[in-house]
Write a protein that binds this ligand. Structure first.
Ligand SMILES: Cc1cc2nc3c(=O)[nH]c(=O)nc-3n(C[C@H](O)[C@H](O)[C@H](O)COP(=O)(O)O)c2cc1C
Length: 159
């Protein structure tokens, strides 16, 4: 299965999770492309939180991403200010050819409680673009401590 893992990570946690997921998928014979989206202009904590709360779309690289050739798209993002991190919102916005595409979502956060709205926002945006959300998974700090095991659990539920 041709799989794209695209993600945004500011401090490296979602990056680590994305790599662990990739490792599991490659082990099961998947053809995996890993893409870390970067923001064009760096921003500090307060600006980042403000953008996320206001649903501001910062410029990211790449500015557009055609996912038409993939069987499965995995989107990874950190939770910021109880919402989708603003560069991840830009990432979702940058996706094209999502129609009928299987999409799995993974998020990371510091506080494991009350983060459902971030995931729900991402699910809604994907569905609005015609994507089919097959799995939403929160990599809570507890799950991050058992990363290989949790990544295997995530992958087993999407393939
Ligand atoms: C601007 C900003 C806002 C954040 N807001 C939240 C939040 O509302 N809830 C939470 O649990 N963690 C919050 N965090 C923590 C991150 O979600 C968490 O550390 C995440 O795993 C970081 O992922 P990354 O290392 O891939 O960037 C915030 C971090 C930043 C930088």
């Amino acid at each position: 299965m041709k799989t794209l893992i695209c993600y945004y990570s500011k401090t490296g946690i979602t990056h680590k999770v994305a790599h662990a997921v990739r490792e599991q998928l490659v082990r099961s014979g998947h053809d995996v492309t890993l893409l870390r989206v970067e923001r064009q202009h760096e921003a500090g904590f307060f600006r980042s939180a403000w953008e996320s709360r206001r649903k501001v779309l910062p410029q990211v690289i790449p500015a557009s991403l055609d996912v038409g050739s993939y069987d499965l798209v995995i989107i990874g993002f950190p939770v910021w200010a109880g919402s989708l991190a603003s560069p991840a919102l830009s990432l979702v916005n940058a996706l094209s050819n999502l129609q009928s595409k299987r999409v799995a979502l993974l998020s990371t956060m510091k506080n494991p409680t009350g983060q459902k709205p971030a995931m729900q926002l991402c699910e809604t945006l994907i569905r609005e673009r015609g994507g089919v959300v097959v799995m939403s998974f929160e990599f809570t700090p507890g799950r991050q401590k058992r990363l290989a095991e949790t990544a295997a659990e995530f992958c087993a539920s999407i393939i």
